[in-house]
Design a protein around this ligand. Structure first.
Ligand SMILES: *Cc1c(COP(=O)(O)O)cnc(C)c1O
Length: 398
């Protein structure tokens, strides 16, 4: 059946959304078979998004002693600064086909909101963005950018005022206006067909990276590493290597590193299968099925669920899932900046930290590809404050 990944996925939605989801799936399948849609998408990816993004070899990370080389796939170099634009521009084009001029979206880090606002401005659509108030405070520049791009931004105070709550508000809006509005979901989550559509639009990352790697190195990487929030940048890069003998490693947020519920955002390690926002997947919930609080210094990873395909890839053992803490991510954020001249998003810093941890385990001569999902400009204020706070604690006499 469509939209199932093993026992995960599906479509657990209000009756009013069944029709719009069916229409979306039909229209999407037709579009993918239409060469004019494909041509228009390729043109936008090349001339608006800035694809293909390069792969960059790193030389000064301090892991040379293990004989391991890291490469980055540079999604930070896309227009608007993260992989989110690949999906936003694809779905905005799809909204045109659906005859829907009003777009709604949720945003956590603000990157998806910015990507949607930019794609909508470019294609002449109206954008309404839902964002948790806590996230808006952590990501003020992105809030300003969305407004400048002409989007209407609604701040959400419910729950923890973060991504999950913004998704709930967007779903509520969609249920009220299913005929005029397209919900431009930002990750490989939610009811069928979103996990499939978003994956397909993000799979350009893996297709490009595989060809670029073969071209530059003459072989495939030993391992591919990416951070996993909802799971879209990771599934995008992994999908290029699923059929190869390549280790795939997904890094979730360990938060403060204690492993205690409420202090991390790692449903693939600490969660149980359940139903959240229209899908069956691993999620963080208590014995009564209440969704639990999450914490990560990276707002894009601060989510209690994960895309259903990741849950399946975990069940079948094709992808290894691990975690990195806030501290490890901050260290990688500084290291990549100073040693290589690249300021990563805090989300992406989790992937870099995961790769650094993996390096000593790998055979000498191994090549590792890390998906650098975004750039760190949006995180400067919060990351520098967190680093300063940690340095103060170190300086304090015991
Ligand atoms: C949103 C975001 C993520 C997390 O989302 P995924 O769907 O897991 O990719 C990771 N990195 C950056 C830079 C983001 O903006």
């Amino acid at each position: 059946m469509n939209g199932h990944f093993g026992e995960h996925g599906g479509q657990f939605v209000a009756e009013t959304l069944v029709g719009p989801l069916e229409q979306l799936w039909e229209t999407y399948q037709q579009a993918r078979e239409d060469s004019s849609f494909e041509a228009e998408l390729q043109d936008l990816l090349a001339r608006f998004v800035g694809r293909p993004t390069p792969i960059t070899r790193l030389r000064r990370l301090g892991i040379e002693e293990y004989g391991v080389t890291l490469w980055l796939k540079r999604e930070d170099l896309t227009h608007t600064g993260a992989h989110k634009i690949n999906n936003a521009i694809g779905q905005a084009l799809l909204a045109h086909r659906l005859g829907k001029r009003r777009i709604i979206a949720e945003t956590g880090a603000g990157q998806h909101g910015v990507a949607v606002a930019a794609a909508c401005a470019h294609l002449g659509l109206d954008a309404t963005i839902y964002m948790g108030r806590v996230d808006a405070e952590r990501q003020a520049p992105n809030l300003q950018r969305m407004k400048l791009l002409g989007a209407e931004v609604h701040l959400v105070d419910a729950g923890t005022a973060t991504l999950k709550d913004a998704v709930n508000e967007a779903i509520r809006d969609w249920i009220a206006h299913p005929d005029s509005t397209h919900y431009l979901l930002g990750s490989v989550v939610g009811p069928h067909p979103f996990p499939t559509i978003v994956r397909d639009f993000q799979s350009v990352i893996g297709r490009e990276a595989r060809a670029q790697f073969l071209d530059a190195v003459g072989q495939l990487p030993e391992a591919v590493v990416a951070c996993v929030g909802g799971g879209s940048n990771s599934i995008g890069v992994f999908s290029g290597f699923l059929d190869d003998e390549v280790r795939l490693v997904g890094v979730q947020a360990a938060g403060d590193g204690s492993g205690r519920m409420g202090h991390h955002a790692a449903p693939l390690l600490y969660g149980e299968p359940g139903i959240l926002q229209g899908m069956r997947t691993y999620l963080l919930q208590d014995d009564d099925g209440q969704v639990l609080l999450t914490h990560s210094i990276a707002p894009g990873l601060d989510y209690p669920g994960v895309g259903p395909q990741h849950s399946h890839l975990k069940d079948i053992g094709r992808v290894e899932y691990t975690t990195c803490s806030d501290d490890e991510a901050l260290a990688a954020f500084q290291l990549l900046s100073r040693a290589e001249g690249i300021v990563p998003a805090l989300e992406s810093a989790h992937a870099v930290a995961g790769a650094l941890r993996l390096a000593p385990e790998l055979p000498r001569g191994s090549q590792v590809l890390v998906n650098l999902s975004g750039r760190g400009d949006k995180d400067l204020t919060s990351a520098l404050a967190a680093i300063a706070l940690r340095e103060e604690h170190i300086d304090e006499p015991a």
